[in-house]
Design a protein around this ligand. Sequence first.
Ligand code: PHE
Length: 464
Amino acid sequence: MEKRSSFSGKIGFIMAAAGSAVGLGNIWRFPYLAAQYGGGIFLLVYIVLAVTFGFALMTAEIAIGRKTGLSAVEAYGKLHKKWKFLGYLAAIVPIIILPYYSVIGGWVAKYMWAFMSGDAADTAGNIVTSAGAEVSYFESFIAGVGEPIGWFALFLGFTAVVVLFGVEKGIEKVSKIMMPVLIVLSVLIAGYALCMDGAMEGLKYYIVPNFSHFSVKTVLAAMGQLFYSMSLAMGIMITYGSYMKKKDSIESSVRHIEIFDTGIAFLAGLMIIPAIFAVGDPETQLTKGPGLMFIVLPKVFEAMPAGEIVGAAFFVMVLFAALTSSISLMETIVSLFMDKFKMGRKTACVVVIGICILLGLPSSLGNGPLASVKIMGLAFLDFFDFISNSVLMPIVALFTCIFVGYVIKTKTVVDEVEIHNCKFKSKGLFTIVIKYFAPICIVLILATSIVDIIYTLTTGSSWL
Ligand code: PHE
């Protein structure tokens, strides 16, 4: 077998995995979920899940990858013939995510352009439609046809060019500079937002858990977000693990990636949630969903000195973070198609682009001309997001726990982590989470939400 090239040292591995992990999930998705699902209580549940589920699953995936030296589909099959299906199941997730990820990536590109071309002030205001109604700049933008589709195509096209010509290395180099800049800018913006009138109320909402806001939906949303944000339950960390050197510590790498990923998500929440209380009416905006960042941040930049420049720089960084993630998503699908269907890179890319257009177009149009079309009460984009994060990923995670806990046994992973006398400090926690805590929680949450879906479909309202 051809020898796999490996990352140059632990830092190289952490940076590459963090490049995949840190993306729109942290900056766009985390804040709107935290806002919607009770603020502090969501944050608390998320952190508890991150140090238990997140830690155990990421360790297991990276260890499986490094042990086998293979990507997900092959890795599960190699460890146990009958478990190859899990690799395929995991591979469906990025195929569902990438199309709508590119739609949101397009929105970021559009905002970056608006800020760069001097239209920053417009993005914070309202627009009067031809029918005479007043809507926010964001709502008027996403309700369009040509513009959002154009930006979606641009984002997708750029991702494809990078994957097609295999120039990920160049992008990774640039993102090594971009990532620290993103952090510095986020601290600056969050600091400014926190000083705005009324922001303290929002800060309280974001960091102080209010247990009366707790519901099963909070846990389901936090769990899906955890998988999404850390690129878990879709085979990606297995691939990254397959490139990791035997002498590097898996445990400490996982800790670093987790802290990095959660830190950036927390910062994004700090930029956006307190600001909701300062610039708008929290009543309606807390539940704004996917548009939250695009509605609130322009208002913060409008109030901020040199906000136009800070805003432009911010959207450039976010775009880069989104691109490193979309590239990692597309690369995963392309290499799977190349291996499985014996396609050349070019053909595989073309097929993947085709799938993305097919699934991405309805996600984009679902905010405009197709707004009345709902699947299970959800617009296309929300539907794809729901299927991947709240259904498929928990199922893949559940199977992964059963596989590691009861088929290959936790010892297989523990031995891989402890290779070269590396001590696995959280061995006990890992074993308990994989064998009992995670599977039981996932089954309970999935069962509750399935009952809820059936209830909602029959009665028209949720019981959770
Ligand atoms: N983790 C990325 C994010 O937070 C999304 C992603 C998922 C990227 C899976 C690659 C693979 O945006």
